[in-house]
Design a protein around this ligand. Structure first.
Ligand code: SF4
Length: 104
């Protein structure tokens, strides 16, 4: 089994069931377009979109729960003011990273 496939299996096996009632207090309700990329989104558009999303997260009272949830569940998109790339670089790897730039 390839390393990437093994990682995907491990992530699926360890995916946590959590109490997600906190999501009801999300400041981003109805703003999905800001938190997930559109198809073939250009880097400059991504930066602008994520900057707008981070502004929403800064006013959100559940940002800590949100960030922890995304890290533990290897989510895509911007959660708790943190992008996929930032989660990935913090050690919370994605199954199939999209737009993650190589470090080093
Ligand atoms: S922290 Fe950001 S992504 Fe998370 S619920 Fe709040 S507004 Fe939405």
């Amino acid at each position: 089994m390839s390393n990437e496939r093994q990682l995907a299996v491990e992530i699926i096996i360890t995916r946590r069931r959590t109490d997600d009632r906190w999501m009801g207090a999300a400041a981003c309700r109805g703003m999905t377009h800001l938190f997930f990329p559109s198809t073939a989104e250009r880097p400059q558009a991504r930066e602008r979109r994520e900057a707008e999303a981070r502004d929403v997260c800064r006013s959100c009272r559940i940002a800590v729960d949100c960030r922890e949830y995304a890290r533990e569940n290897h989510e895509y998109g911007l959660w708790g003011g943190e992008s996929e790339e930032e989660r990935h670089n913090a050690g919370y790897r994605l199954i199939a990273p999209i737009g993650i730039r190589a470090v080093g």
